[in-house]
Ligand binder design. Structure first.
Ligand code: FES
Ligand code: FE2
Length: 469
């Protein structure tokens, strides 16, 4: 029997009244309702309308190097399996058995020839095909067409410089179109420090922890909330940066001093904070106490300048690809996903990136830095999460929820930049979240892909108009 014969697969909740979500975001005034960070029905709508459509980061190909390797990830609040099949093809499957829905994979990662469901032992190949059904000949043969009951696979998958992205929406634009000009900033994290395209890999495992805050709070912070720097004063003062052993203060190596900082947003809702050096500068000594590390970073820096020329003046900081994938571009260099658990609970996953060719001394130094900086025990991370947790708590009460948040910072100050694509501010700005939440509302209102890609967005239409002159 074909699975299509059941006509009702899902009973949808009654649609919200049109404008319910758009009314939560006033981009022009710079005001956003607190409801969107705590309301359970809005959270449910996000799962239905954002996480079933947008491109989501699932994992890195360096986690599944060999045939049969798998990594269990998430898309929205659902478990998925990222796996390399026996013929080297990469797949992302929903982690649910087609019989009664048990998770067919119980492990965080590993290697297998097949996924065997623990409940009644149906088994699936690494290509997702239903292969083994106990007592098939006696109980099922005339009825069960195995070809109809494969694992559920994503509609589209894209491997971008080793990062694996997927969407459930067959009508979503191709990944490269989806990220658009945010690619320029994403590349800064995914290319080697020497500028070699995609020469990074994941190392030291994936950190996972649950925080009591809405997923958008973290995603928004990574759009470039530079304004929150005072909350990191203590870690700046004690100097937890990677070159701290040379007596330097700060959380990172200060490669960006003298650079023009830019806050850039893109029509599909992505946003980045990067910086442009005023000219091609010589390498700044940083690791004099550690000659091997010093030599490595110097060589990478100079090779990147040779390879990219003037383009090498662009240096990364942070970036969020809509909706929930964020990057630290350099110090540290990592990918963070804010997995939605509930209106006020999020599971943070962090992958750490390193150059494929980095020697052991560099790997060791960065490993220690990442532990000091990020993750549940990282000192910088704790500053952030204390803010996010307490802001969530003090925003969720019946009185607090009547008063919106203020997003008026640098209102009307973004526009065209002489070298960068996108809507650019050269002063600290909340323009990135203003665009992010405008797209957020479009998804929740159920808009089409033209709208979700910001093709009719007046701000970006005006930028294009400047181009044409
Ligand atoms: S739920 Fe998987 S075999 Fe029954
Ligand atoms: Fe922070």
């Amino acid at each position: 029997m074909k699975c299509e014969s059941v006509k009702i697969h899902r009973v949808e909740a009654a649609p919200a009244e049109p404008g319910r979500y758009r009314n939560c975001v006033d981009r022009d005034a710079g005001v956003i309702s607190r409801e969107i960070f705590s309301d359970a029905s809005i959270f449910q709508a996000e799962l239905e309308r954002i996480y079933t459509r947008a491109w989501l980061f699932v994992g890195h190909e360096s986690q599944i190097k060999n045939p049969g390797d798998f990594f269990t990830s998430r898309m929205g609040n659902e478990s998925v399996i990222l796996c390399r099949d026996q013929k080297e093809g990469i797949h992302v499957f929903l982690n649910t058995c087609r019989h009664r829905g048990m998770k067919v994979c119980q492990y965080d990662e590993g290697n297998t020839r097949q996924f065997t469901c623990p409940y009644h032992a149906w088994s699936y190949t690494t290509e997702g095909k239903l292969h083994g059904v106990p007592m098939y000949g006696t109980l099922y043969e005339e009825h069960l067409d195995k070809d109809q009951w494969s694992l559920i696979e994503v509609a589209q998958l894209h491997n971008y410089k080793g990062t694996i992205w997927a969407t459930w929406d067959k009508d979503a634009p191709p990944f490269l179109e989806y990220i658009g000009d945010a690619k320029e900033h994403l590349d800064l994290a995914l290319d080697g420090l020497d500028g070699a395209p995609g020469e990074t890999e994941v190392f030291v495992g994936v950190q996972k922890w649950i925080i009591p805050a809405n997923w958008k709070v973290g995603a928004e912070n990574f759009l470039g909330d530079t304004y929150h720097n005072p909350s990191h004063r203590s870690v700046d003062d004690i100097g937890i940066g990677p070159s701290a052993q040379a007596g330097r203060k700060g959380r990172r190596d200060d490669e960006l001093s003298g650079a023009q900082h830019v806050w850039v947003n893109f029509p599909a809702g992505h946003g980045a904070h990067s910086a442009i050096q005023p000219k091609m500068l010589p390498y700044a000594e940083a690791y004099q106490d550690n000659p091997q590390v010093e030599q490595y970073f110097r060589r990478c820096y100079e090779q990147r300048q040779e390879r990219q020329g003037e383009k090498s003046r662009l240096l990364p900081f942070v970036c969020t690809i809509f909706p929930n994938t964020s990057f630290n571009g350099r110090q540290p260099r990592s990918i963070t996903v804010f997995h939605p658990h509930g209106a006020m609970h999020t599971e943070m996953w962090r992958w750490y990136l390193i150059d494929k060719g980095a020697p052991p001394e560099v790997r060791d130094l960065m490993r220690h830095f990442y532990m000091r900086y990020q993750g549940p025990a990282g000192m910088t991370e704790q500053d952030d999460i204390e803010n996010w947790q307490m802001a969530t708590e003090s925003s969720a009460g019946p009185i607090a929820r009547r008063y919106p948040y203020n997003y008026q910072q640098s209102l009307g100050r973004a526009g065209k930049h002489e070298t960068l694509a996108g809507n650019v501010s050269t002063q600290i700005s909340e323009e990135n979240p203003r665009t992010f939440y405008t797209r957020w509302a479009d998804y929740l209102e159920g808009d089409d892909w033209d709208r979700l890609m910001g093709r009719d967005d007046p701000i970006f239409k005006n930028l294009a108009g400047v181009d044409d002159e």
